[in-house]
Design a protein around this ligand. Structure first.
Ligand code: AMP
Length: 282
């Protein structure tokens, strides 16, 4: 696996791949890789000639008091995992290479899609995400970029950005990979102590419970949210950030689940904030 040493080197190498007629698949990550990330890599491996994985803990998508400094990092372990997946190139730039002194250009996706869920509880987060992803697209020149449904709002924001700013590439969504007991895999799960790890199962349980009620005919969004709230409240350490249900196409408000809906939640255990979601169709 090639290590692309810096922005210029990466862009030049990707340009050469394209000129040689190869399709490029990009998997953007913040590292500390797990099976969720690797499922994106495997999908890219199947769909593209050349697979580039980026690892970059992007400072501008973290708010004040969030976990930028403590975010888990282990580049050599990540590198070994990517070698096993036959990744062609790893791009792990320095912050100073991505954002040199005086850096001042940002990409902002507006509208309802960034105003709700994580956009509401993490102001500026999606501006940071849209900016770094735009930069990665311009550096790595992917034909396809792979994103996890784990971050459902993020992939919707990126899809809107790609559409509206005419990025010449395709976004591929990859399903959520879970632990055996149902907890969605996340780099942040390592923050949880044993008791919190046990209690964190309520996220998936709440979503499953709500989905079951939809399947049994419940359509009322307020009642479905209350069902999820009760499951989360059964965990003494859980502090709810949000529990919401929105139109899966555009995060529009809905009172009844009468079309495809995104059920999403964010819950804190101590300082650790976990998110999970489920798409339901009727
Ligand atoms: P992150 O390193 O957390 O920024 O995630 C990088 C990419 O991996 C994003 O597109 C995430 O949605 C995706 N991802 C993270 N966890 C999972 C998971 N459990 N299942 C599927 N995709 C995931």
């Amino acid at each position: 696996m090639l290590i692309l040493d810096g922005v210029k080197v990466a862009q030049q190498w990707c340009l050469e791949q394209k000129r040689a007629g190869k399709s490029i698949g990009l998997v953007p990550t913040m590292g500390y890789l797990h099976q969720g990330h690797l499922s994106l890599v495997q999908e890219a491996r199947q769909q593209c000639d050349v697979v580039v994985v980026s690892i970059f803990v992007n400072p501008i998508q973290f708010g004040v008091g969030e976990d930028f400094e403590t975010y888990p990092r282990d580049l050599s372990r990540d590198q070994a995992l990517l070698e096993e997946e036959a990744v062609d190139a790893l791009f792990a730039p320095l912050i100073s290479d991505m954002y040199p002194p005086g850096y001042n250009s940002f990409v902002e996706v507006g509208g309802e899609i960034t105003a709700k869920l994580c956009g509401a509880s993490r102001p500026g987060h999606f501006k940071g995400v849209a900016t770094v992803v735009s930069k990665l697209f311009n550096i790595c020149l992917p034909d396809k970029a792979f994103f996890g449904q784990k971050d459902a709002q993020q992939v919707m924001v990126i899809e809107k950005m790609v559409r509206e700013l005419n990025f010449p590439l395709q976004i591929v969504r990859v399903p959520i990979v879970r632990e055996e007991d149902g907890l969605a895999k996340s780099s942040r799960n390592v923050y949880l102590d044993e008791e919190q790890r046990r209690q964190a199962l309520v996220l998936n349980q709440a979503l499953r419970e709500a989905e079951m009620h939809v399947q049994q005919g419940e359509r009322n969004v307020a009642r479905l949210k209350e069902i999820m709230r009760k499951v989360i409240a059964s965990s003494p350490q859980a502090v709810i950030d949000y529990i919401d249900i929105y139109d899966a196409a555009d995060l529009g408000d809905m009172e009844q689940v009468d079309r495809k809906a995104l059920m999403a939640l964010a819950v804190k255990f101590g300082n650790t904030r976990l998110i999970d979601n489920r798409l339901v169709e009727v």
